[in-house]
Design a protein around this ligand. Sequence first.
Ligand SMILES: [Zn+2]
Length: 230
Amino acid sequence: MSTPFRRARQAITHALRYVFNLFLPTTCPACQNPLPPSEPLTFCAPCYAKMPWWNTAQILPPSLPPAIASFAAPCLYAEPLRSAILHLKFHHGLPYAAPLAKLLLPHLPTTPMLIIAVPSHPSRTRQRHYNHVVAMARYLVQHSGHTFHPTALKRIRKEEPQSAKTRAARLKLPASAFRANRKLIEGKNILLLDDIYTTGATARACALALRKAGAASVHVRTLAYTPPGT
Ligand SMILES: [Zn+2]
């Protein structure tokens, strides 16, 4: 099948699945079992009971580069959150953006900030048909005093996904992979949003690009943290 036909077929399949999902009973983002109608937009009780909340007294936060003013995440990158993030990213899981973003609400800074979602390269967003971090940002804006701009930070170099690299290779991600729009960024306190913080290389590269464009401060929030050695 030629490429345009294949792309069209993928787009139609995606659209149909998305519409279909809207009419399905809401399901748990992790195990995908149906949720009771009284508890939409959350996890099922067994998954929620197993949520790998991050106790920062037991597992210390990473040391931060100077460009990052603060970092917090509600959970460690472990089951059942891991499955939920993978469903959101790779399995037409856009409806799961809201229940996942909801986990972040208690961890947001109290001062209103400009939310910037860590951008994927446009070609990767096209493959997936949506940017899952942008979808989470939109939920957070609706439920907090923060604002959001979808294009204030762009990825200008396509790299292998960070998840496909070794820890050492991830640390080499340069700030030049991103470009921030000075008009939108200058003087602002930025809340940089991503799904997982592993080495911090992506957050650092984004934060450097944002500070170079005049950001007053960059605060990083992710759903999950992967401590070294895990
Ligand atoms: Zn579940």
